[in-house]
Write a protein that binds this ligand. Structure first.
Ligand code: FRU
Length: 424
């Protein structure tokens, strides 16, 4: 495979590397970077649907925004099938685990609203059936554009393929609730190019999704983060000195880590409306470390760029590991260089006693971190589990320089607004 300089050229930037040496510093169960235990007695948002990735309505600068006093979140959502023969096991019981595990194939975008930033009420589907061009409506970002209530929903249209798309609609409020209107014309924006970002043809397990547009607080331009893998045929990537980093004697063996090639992608808009985008080389690569850096997003604080991304234990490369959770990197300028927060990158991981309790963390600019409950053990051995598909307790972290600290825990799905917009 080509070196980074050969592949990405000399301009505009070189991707920063999350190295194997960095990942060796990841330690589960450090209380300052571990999500408090989630009780198996959690409440569920809905008995009709599972929800997972949660996308709070925000503005282009990243502020979580309510409209006319209503908080709004979008969620990836799928029906629960407690009575569907397909999900009834041989003993006549509902196999909720299988139903939950199958959810990605039927993910749809729904929205919820609330007066209190919690106790969410179901609004419904954002797009009518048949509007989205593919089967799966995968994660993205809803952006409130103006006081007229226009909303651009950026998301990922998956199966067939994976395309970053957007659809424009409008949020309408009354005394009694919120509705989403419009959202009728989906505009494809871009797909993986095979030169910087891996395509399905190069790797059937490729990842290309989760758009997160933002305005750079320094240059004022419109950009977008997304999840990708570094281009190249599966298995062709080299895990060399740079990817390994400064490891102690005995840690040079990289095993089969060439198969793990995650990166955080970035694109820049050529227009003000965000209809025309140019992909740039990744901001961060994790070749030889991890295969997924999902739902990348920023917090801009103290003049720095805090880049967060979620990842899994199962996507780590040989001989490196870490908990499911959110990882972070910090830089003084948009294009880096980025260094891992807390030395390792780990910001908020699941405790090892409940490795799947939460996932899909989103760090908001107020330091609150929202996520969903995946599964929580209900017995000592961890063999019995309760499936979530609902909002997890919100956690607060403090971000200080190159370190982060867990400092508080709040109610399930607590996502308070940072500013309120009165619609005209
Ligand atoms: C994270 C994620 C996203 C993707 C969605 C699919 O939980 O894997 O990257 O958009 O879930 O369900």
């Amino acid at each position: 495979m080509k070196s980074n300089t050969e592949k990405f050229g000399k301009t505009p930037h070189q991707p920063s590397l999350w190295t194997r040496a960095d990942a060796l510093k990841v330690h589960a169960d450090d209380p300052t970077t571990t999500q408090p235990l989630v009780s198996a007695n959690f409440p569920v948002l809905s008995n009709e649907v599972f929800i997972w990735d949660t996308m709070p309505l925000r503005d282009m600068d990243g502020n979580i925004t309510s409209v006319d006093g209503w908080s709004v979140i979008f969620t990836l959502t799928a029906d629960r099938h407690p009575n569907d023969p397909q999900y009834i096991d041989e003993n006549g019981n509902y196999d909720i685990t299988r139903d939950w595990n199958d959810r990605h194939g039927r993910a749809k975008m729904y929205y919820w609203f609330s007066r209190t930033g919690k106790d969410w009420k179901l609004g419904g589907r954002v797009m009518a059936e048949g509007v989205s061009p593919t089967v799966r409506e995968w994660a993205g970002t809803p952006i409130l554009l103006n006081e007229q209530g226009e909303v651009d929903l950026y998301y990922t249209a998956v199966t067939p393929g994976a395309t970053i798309v957007k659809v424009r609609g409008r949020v309408v409020t009354t005394e009694h609730g919120v509705s989403m209107v419009g959202f009728e014309k989906v505009k494809p924006l871009f797909e993986a190019d095979g030169k910087m970002y891996q395509t399905e043809a190069q790797n059937p397990f490729w990842g290309f999704r989760d758009p997160w547009p933002f305005r750079d607080p320094n240059d004022g331009k419109l950009y977008m983060l997304f999840e990708g893998n570094v281009a190249g045929e599966r298995g062709s990537h080299k895990v060399g000195k740079a990817e390994i980093g400064d490891v102690p004697p005995g840690y040079e063996d990289v095993g089969n880590s060439r198969f793990q090639t995650a990166c955080v992608g970035i694109a820049v808009a050529r227009d003000e409306d965000g209809d025309d985008w140019e992909m740039l080389p990744p901001l961060l690569t994790a070749v030889g470390v991890n295969d997924q850096t999902e739902r990348p997003h920023f917090v801009f604080q103290d003049g720095k760029y805090y880049l967060f991304t979620i990842s899994h234990t199962f996507t780590y490369a040989d001989c490196v590991t870490g908990p499911d959770g959110v990882y972070g990197f910090v830089a003084d300028s948009l294009f880096g260089p980025y260094v891992p927060l807390n030395g390792s990158g780990l910001v908020l991981g699941n405790p090892s006693s409940q490795p799947f309790q939460t996932y899909s963390h989103c760090v908001m600019p107020n330091g609150l971190v929202t996520s969903f409950i995946d599964s929580v053990p209900t017995d000592e051995s961890g063999t019995q589990i309760r499936i979530g598909g609902t909002e997890a307790p919100t956690v607060e972290i403090k971000i200080k320089g190159q370190q982060t600290f867990v400092v508080a825990e709040y109610d399930y799905g607590y996502i308070p607004p940072m500013l309120d917009v009165t619609l005209k």
